[in-house]
Design a protein around this ligand. Sequence first.
Ligand SMILES: [Zn+2]
Length: 300
Amino acid sequence: MFIADAHCDTLYEIAICHTKPEDCVVTPDRLRRGGVGIQTFALFCGKHGTHGTAYQDGVDMLNAVPKLGVPVLTGELPDEPPEVPTGILSCEGGEMLEGSIERFNEFMASARLRMIALTWNFENEIGYPAKGGERKGLKPFGFELVRAMDAAGVRADVSHLNEAGFWDLMERAALAPIATHSNCRWLCDVPRNLTREQVKALIDRKGFIGINFYSDFLRTDGRATLDDVMRHIDAICEMGGEHVLGFGSDFDGIETWPDGLGDPSCFPVLLDALRRRGYSEETLAGIAGLNMWRVLKESK
Ligand SMILES: [Zn+2]
């Protein structure tokens, strides 16, 4: 079964934290053992906000791509989902673009970004983060960037964005927005998770929601198990979201995760548990990877 993961922070670990590739959670061997066909590697802005060198960090992460040890697609996607571990690139935190469409074009030429999380946890030139409670929507550069992203076939990732920015995007983005690594807020009430209204909007637009494996986003007491991952999946499916669901593990970016779900080799364990829970093979194939593949292929 084709498996895809919409988010990990491995490039940040390697390029910025100087962790040896073999000491990262996401390794070629674990991807292979887990049967992962597409792993999204984020260029992650870190704690820069509007002050700092997120751009230079982005360049450093791009230069570290060969250290990942898997092929990374920076051109056209193949017709069929890859059968061996293959990377694609995203951006987490639009401060890397320094408020400039030229910077966006530069990253597109070198990395062929597939999705951009407009903010991380700080205000930037694009908008405001989910953390912090700011009620203002996207800034003028945010709207300009979204137009450029639509034209270039790049999805806006709302995973760290505030609600006002989310609704601005829903109204203005031509390509359906996605949430690469966020869960259900009504099951675990943290700002990084999505409200019912947001989940419904993502389903209606045929976007994408990648379930995050971070224990604190699965349960407010942080003592999450595999069952909690499935509760979030059940909840989105009950709303009719089986065609927009997938995984956004957040590996190499999280400190805690459910027992038995600590690295990419564990995906089959989760899929088996869902199978035992009664999910059909067709639904499972969508959640495992084909839903994310659809979004990628539709982003032209
Ligand atoms: Zn994140």
